[in-house]
Ligand binder design. Structure first.
Ligand SMILES: [Zn+2]
Length: 181
Protein backbone atom coordinates (compact mmCIF):
# COMPACT_ATOMS: atom_id res chain seq x y z
CA UNK A 1 0.00 0.00 0.00
CA UNK A 2 1.30 3.41 -0.98
CA UNK A 3 1.70 5.97 1.79
CA UNK A 4 -0.96 8.38 0.55
CA UNK A 5 -3.66 5.68 0.64
CA UNK A 6 -3.04 5.36 4.37
CA UNK A 7 -3.85 9.05 4.81
CA UNK A 8 -7.02 9.32 6.99
CA UNK A 9 -8.58 11.87 4.65
CA UNK A 10 -8.01 9.68 1.57
CA UNK A 11 -9.30 6.63 3.44
CA UNK A 12 -12.34 8.46 4.77
CA UNK A 13 -13.34 10.16 1.53
CA UNK A 14 -12.42 7.08 -0.51
CA UNK A 15 -14.55 4.80 1.65
CA UNK A 16 -17.51 7.18 1.44
CA UNK A 17 -17.28 7.70 -2.36
CA UNK A 18 -16.67 4.02 -3.20
CA UNK A 19 -19.38 3.02 -0.73
CA UNK A 20 -21.79 5.50 -2.35
CA UNK A 21 -21.05 4.14 -5.84
CA UNK A 22 -21.53 0.57 -4.63
CA UNK A 23 -24.82 1.56 -3.00
CA UNK A 24 -26.15 3.20 -6.18
CA UNK A 25 -25.11 0.11 -8.19
CA UNK A 26 -26.88 -2.01 -5.59
CA UNK A 27 -29.98 0.19 -5.93
CA UNK A 28 -29.85 -0.13 -9.76
CA UNK A 29 -29.85 -3.87 -9.46
CA UNK A 30 -32.27 -3.92 -6.58
CA UNK A 31 -34.81 -5.94 -8.54
CA UNK A 32 -32.31 -8.65 -9.37
CA UNK A 33 -31.07 -8.98 -5.82
CA UNK A 34 -33.04 -10.49 -3.01
CA UNK A 35 -34.04 -8.12 -0.19
CA UNK A 36 -32.03 -9.72 2.62
CA UNK A 37 -28.79 -9.43 0.62
CA UNK A 38 -29.49 -5.78 -0.26
CA UNK A 39 -30.33 -4.94 3.33
CA UNK A 40 -27.17 -6.64 4.55
CA UNK A 41 -25.14 -4.72 1.91
CA UNK A 42 -26.72 -1.44 3.00
CA UNK A 43 -26.17 -2.33 6.66
CA UNK A 44 -22.55 -3.19 5.94
CA UNK A 45 -22.11 0.08 4.03
CA UNK A 46 -23.64 2.08 6.92
CA UNK A 47 -21.42 0.20 9.39
CA UNK A 48 -18.32 0.86 7.25
CA UNK A 49 -19.26 4.51 6.84
CA UNK A 50 -19.80 4.80 10.60
CA UNK A 51 -16.42 3.23 11.31
CA UNK A 52 -14.77 5.50 8.73
CA UNK A 53 -16.51 8.50 10.28
CA UNK A 54 -15.43 7.54 13.79
CA UNK A 55 -11.91 6.98 12.54
CA UNK A 56 -12.07 10.38 10.92
CA UNK A 57 -13.31 11.96 14.12
CA UNK A 58 -10.38 10.58 16.06
CA UNK A 59 -7.97 12.02 13.50
CA UNK A 60 -9.77 15.37 13.59
CA UNK A 61 -9.47 15.29 17.38
CA UNK A 62 -5.75 14.79 17.03
CA UNK A 63 -5.67 17.74 14.66
CA UNK A 64 -7.66 19.82 17.16
CA UNK A 65 -5.28 18.82 19.96
CA UNK A 66 -2.29 19.82 17.82
CA UNK A 67 -3.96 23.16 17.03
CA UNK A 68 -4.79 23.65 20.73
CA UNK A 69 -1.18 22.90 21.71
CA UNK A 70 0.08 25.40 19.10
CA UNK A 71 -2.38 28.05 20.33
CA UNK A 72 -1.39 27.45 23.97
CA UNK A 73 2.31 27.55 23.05
CA UNK A 74 1.82 30.84 21.17
CA UNK A 75 -0.13 32.23 24.13
CA UNK A 76 2.69 31.28 26.54
CA UNK A 77 5.32 32.76 24.20
CA UNK A 78 3.28 35.97 23.94
CA UNK A 79 2.93 36.14 27.73
CA UNK A 80 6.64 35.55 28.29
CA UNK A 81 7.66 38.14 25.70
CA UNK A 82 5.18 40.53 27.32
CA UNK A 83 6.84 40.01 30.72
CA UNK A 84 10.27 40.52 29.15
CA UNK A 85 9.21 43.66 27.32
CA UNK A 86 7.93 45.04 30.64
CA UNK A 87 11.30 44.27 32.24
CA UNK A 88 13.26 46.04 29.51
CA UNK A 89 15.13 48.94 31.09
CA UNK A 90 13.88 52.29 29.81
CA UNK A 91 16.57 54.20 27.91
CA UNK A 92 16.27 57.28 30.12
CA UNK A 93 17.79 55.31 33.03
CA UNK A 94 21.19 56.08 31.48
CA UNK A 95 20.49 59.78 31.92
CA UNK A 96 21.91 60.36 35.41
CA UNK A 97 23.81 63.63 35.14
CA UNK A 98 23.18 67.09 33.75
CA UNK A 99 23.90 70.76 34.24
CA UNK A 100 21.02 72.95 35.36
CA UNK A 101 20.77 76.15 37.41
CA UNK A 102 24.52 76.62 37.18
CA UNK A 103 25.24 73.36 39.02
CA UNK A 104 26.34 69.93 37.93
CA UNK A 105 23.84 67.32 39.14
CA UNK A 106 23.89 63.59 39.61
CA UNK A 107 21.07 61.26 40.57
CA UNK A 108 19.81 57.68 40.46
CA UNK A 109 16.41 56.18 39.73
CA UNK A 110 14.33 54.21 42.14
CA UNK A 111 11.22 52.25 41.34
CA UNK A 112 7.97 53.18 43.02
CA UNK A 113 5.43 50.58 44.24
CA UNK A 114 3.51 50.88 40.95
CA UNK A 115 6.63 50.16 38.87
CA UNK A 116 7.35 53.74 37.79
CA UNK A 117 10.83 55.24 38.00
CA UNK A 118 11.49 58.32 40.02
CA UNK A 119 14.58 60.48 40.48
CA UNK A 120 16.21 59.97 43.84
CA UNK A 121 19.38 61.05 45.63
CA UNK A 122 19.60 64.16 43.44
CA UNK A 123 22.61 66.22 44.48
CA UNK A 124 24.99 68.81 43.05
CA UNK A 125 28.58 67.77 42.36
CA UNK A 126 31.75 69.76 41.84
CA UNK A 127 32.19 70.79 38.20
CA UNK A 128 35.95 70.35 38.52
CA UNK A 129 36.44 67.09 40.41
CA UNK A 130 32.96 65.56 40.46
CA UNK A 131 32.80 65.22 44.24
CA UNK A 132 29.46 65.63 45.93
CA UNK A 133 29.09 69.21 47.19
CA UNK A 134 28.51 69.90 50.84
CA UNK A 135 26.04 72.47 52.01
CA UNK A 136 27.79 75.06 54.14
CA UNK A 137 29.04 78.60 54.24
CA UNK A 138 27.28 81.30 56.17
CA UNK A 139 23.70 80.27 57.10
CA UNK A 140 24.07 77.21 54.87
CA UNK A 141 23.65 79.39 51.80
CA UNK A 142 26.57 77.91 49.89
CA UNK A 143 27.65 74.64 48.32
CA UNK A 144 31.24 73.72 48.96
CA UNK A 145 33.64 71.23 47.42
CA UNK A 146 35.80 69.74 50.15
CA UNK A 147 38.55 68.91 47.67
CA UNK A 148 38.72 72.05 45.56
CA UNK A 149 37.64 74.32 48.42
CA UNK A 150 35.31 76.28 46.15
CA UNK A 151 31.99 77.64 47.34
CA UNK A 152 28.97 78.55 45.26
CA UNK A 153 25.78 80.37 46.23
CA UNK A 154 22.97 78.02 47.02
CA UNK A 155 19.21 78.04 47.58
CA UNK A 156 17.31 75.09 49.02
CA UNK A 157 14.70 75.47 46.27
CA UNK A 158 17.39 74.47 43.76
CA UNK A 159 16.82 70.77 44.53
CA UNK A 160 13.11 70.96 43.71
CA UNK A 161 13.73 73.19 40.70
CA UNK A 162 16.49 70.94 39.38
CA UNK A 163 14.28 67.86 39.74
CA UNK A 164 11.49 69.59 37.83
CA UNK A 165 13.88 70.59 35.05
CA UNK A 166 15.39 67.09 34.84
CA UNK A 167 11.92 65.49 34.74
CA UNK A 168 11.04 67.87 31.93
CA UNK A 169 14.25 66.92 30.08
CA UNK A 170 13.34 63.22 30.43
CA UNK A 171 9.86 63.88 29.11
CA UNK A 172 11.14 65.84 26.12
CA UNK A 173 14.10 63.62 25.27
CA UNK A 174 12.69 60.16 25.89
CA UNK A 175 8.92 60.45 25.77
CA UNK A 176 8.43 62.84 22.89
CA UNK A 177 6.09 65.49 24.29
CA UNK A 178 3.63 63.28 26.12
CA UNK A 179 2.97 64.75 29.55
CA UNK A 180 3.38 62.98 32.89
CA UNK A 181 5.14 59.82 31.77
ZN1 LIG B 1 35.90 69.68 43.48
Amino acid sequence: MKKWTKNPWVLGIGTTVIGGVLLSLALDWINGVDWLSTISTVMRFILNAAIAFLNFKIKVWWLLIVIAVIVIALFIVAKISDVYSKDVTPTFLHYTKDNVLGFSWEWVYSKTYDGKYTISNLHPVCTKCGMRLKQGGSYGLGMKCLRCNTTKDWKDSFITDAQMLINDNIRKKYFDTQPNK
